[in-house]
Design a protein around this ligand. Structure first.
Ligand code: C6P
Length: 404
C-alpha cells in the first residue's frame, strides 16, 4: 500500500490553490508534477556545479560530467539496458522518434512498408510520413476496434518481408490502452522488421525491460515521470544505432574534423551534438530514483484501483461516455457528455480548481475514428486520491447541469 499522504507532501505544487479552490491535478498524461527530491537536485546543480560536460579539466566540469554519466547509468539500470552507450539523451520522445526517422532515410527504398498503429500520438505519425515522402516508402495502419484495442489479426496479416519498421505506443495517451507490444515485437522480428515503441505514457506506470522485450528502439520523456521537461531518452540496440547516421552535426558528436572530412564519435556521443540539457539529464536520473523508492509495481496497483473507482463513479453520470475501454488499460479516462463540447466542461472544471486536458490530445486520427472533435481527459497519478476523484465527479455533474 502507498502512503499517499506522505507522498503528496513531497509535491509542493499540490498545496496551491487555483481559482480559490485546492488544486486537483488530473492532467498527468500531459506532464507529471515534480517532487521536492527532484527540485533539490536541480537547485543543487545550478547552485553548486553548473558547468559544461565532457570538455573541461576543471573540477566543476568533471563533477557535472560524472553526475550526467551516472544518470545515464541509472537509466540503463532502470530499463535493463545491456550497454550504457545504448542510452541516448534527447529532449524527449518527439526528438527521439525524429532522430530514428531521419536516420532511416538512407536505409529505406521505394515500396518498403512501415506499420503504424491507429492510436498514435502525432509525434509517432508525422516523422514517419515525412520519411515516406523522402523515400517512397508506404505507411500502413494497424486498425483498432471501438474499445481502442488493436486488431492483432490484421496486424499479423499486414506483416510481410516488405515491412521494415513497426511503431506503436506502449500505452495510448488518449485512450489509456496498454498495447500487446511483446507479441508485436516478436511477430515483427519474424519478418525481419525493426520495432520502435513510444514509451512516453508507459514509463510512469510500467518498468519496461529492454532486453526482455527485445525491442529495437524505445522512447521516454522525463517530464511524464516526475522529471523535468526538455529531456528524455532514446534506447536503441547497438546494432541499429551503429547503422543510423548522426541526426545533427556539431560539437561533441565528432571524432575528428577537417575541412575535407569529418569522422564521428562513438556511441552515444554520435547522436548527442552540442551542449545537452545537463541539469535535465541529472534530474531525469533523480526522478527514476524517486519512482523506484516508491516502487513501480505499487504505483501501478494503486493507480489501477483509482482508475476502477473513477470509471465506476463517472459512469453514474447521465449521458457520459468513456472512449477507451480496453481490458488492459492504465489510469487515463477520456470522456464526453452527450450534447456538450469537451472544452466547455474543461473550462468549468478549471474554475473549480480541477486540471484536465480537453481536445484531440495530439491524436486526431483517434478522434476521427470515433467521429468526435475531442474528449475531456482525466489522467491519474499515484499522488491522486479517491477524494479527488469524488471532487471530479461532483464537478462534472455540476458542469452537466449548468450546460444542458
Ligand atoms: N503527450 C499528452 O497530453 P514529448 O512532447 O516529446 O515529451 O512527448 C510526445 C508524446 C509522444 N507520445 C505519447 C504517447 C505522448 O503521450 C506524448 C505527449 C502529452 O498526451 C502532450 S501532447
Amino acid at each position: 500500500m502507498l502512503d499517499v499522504t506522505k507522498i503528496r507532501s513531497d509535491f509542493p505544487i499540490l498545496n496551491r490553490e487555483v481559482n480559490g479552490k485546492p488544486l486537483v491535478y488530473l492532467d498527468n498524461a500531459a506532464t507529471s508534477q515534480t517532487p521536492q527530491q527532484v527540485i533539490d537536485v536541480i537547485v543543487d546543480y545550478y547552485s553548486q556545479y553548473n558547468a559544461n560536460i565532457h570538455r573541461g579539466v576543471h573540477t566543476l566540469s568533471q563533477e557535472a560530467t560524472d553526475r550526467y554519466e551516472q544518470a545515464r547509468q541509472k537509466i540503463q539500470k532502470h530499463f535493463n539496458i545491456a550497454e550504457a552507450h545504448e542510452v541516448i539523451f534527447t529532449s524527449g520522445t518527439t526528438h527521439s522518434i525524429n532522430l530514428v526517422a531521419n536516420g532511416y532515410t538512407s536505409l529505406l527504398r521505394e515500396g518498403d512498408e512501415l506499420l503504424v498503429s491507429a492510436m498514435e500520438h502525432h509525434s509517432n505519425i508525422v516523422p514517419w510520413q515525412m520519411l515516406c515522402e523522402r523515400t517512397g516508402a508506404i505507411l500502413k495502419v494497424i486498425p483498432m476496434n471501438e474499445d481502442g484495442e488493436l486488431l492483432m489479426e490484421v496486424y499479423h496479416n499486414l506483416l510481410s518481408e516488405k515491412t521494415k519498421l513497426v511503431f506503436c505506443n506502449h500505452i495510448s495517451n488518449a485512450l489509456g490502452t496498454i498495447n500487446p507490444i511483446e507479441e508485436m515485437i516478436s511477430a515483427a522480428h519474424k519478418v525481419g522488421a525493426a520495432v520502435l515503441i513510444d514509451g512516453a505514457q508507459a514509463a510512469p506506470h510500467i518498468k519496461a525491460d529492454m532486453q526482455a522485450l527485445d525491442v529495437d528502439f524505445y522512447t521516454v520523456s522525463a517530464h511524464k515521470l516526475c522529471g523535468p521537461t526538455g529531456v528524455g531518452m532514446l534506447y536503441g540496440k547497438s546494432e541499429w544505432l551503429a547503422k543510423l547516421p548522426p541526426y545533427q552535426g556539431g560539437g561533441e558528436m565528432i571524432a575528428e574534423v577537417t575541412f575535407e572530412k569529418t569522422t564521428y564519435a562513438d556511441l552515444p556521443h554520435k547522436f548527442e551534438a552540442g551542449t545537452p540539457n545537463i541539469c535535465g539529464g541529472i534530474a531525469f536520473g533523480a526522478a527514476l530514483d524517486y519512482l523506484n523508492s516508491i516502487g513501480l509495481e505499487a504505483i501501478a496497483t494503486y493507480e489501477t484501483a483509482l482508475l476502477k473507482y473513477a470509471t465506476e463513479q463517472l459512469l453514474q453520470i447521465d449521458g457520459l461516455k468513456i472512449y477507451g475501454t480496453a481490458s488492459d488499460k492504465t489510469s487515463v479516462i477520456s470522456f464526453n457528455i452527450e450534447g456538450i463540447h469537451p472544452y466547455d466542461i474543461g473550462t468549468i472544471l478549471d474554475k473549480l480548481g480541477i486540471a484536465v486536458r480537453t481536445g484531440h490530445h495530439c491524436a486526431q486520427p483517434i478522434m476521427d475514428f470515433y467521429k468526435i472533435p475531442g474528449t475531456v481527459r482525466a489522467s491519474f497519478s499515484f499522488y491522486n486520491t479517491k477524494e479527488e476523484v469524488d471532487t471530479l465527479v461532483t464537478a462534472v455533474q455540476r458542469a452537466r447541469n449548468m450546460l444542458l
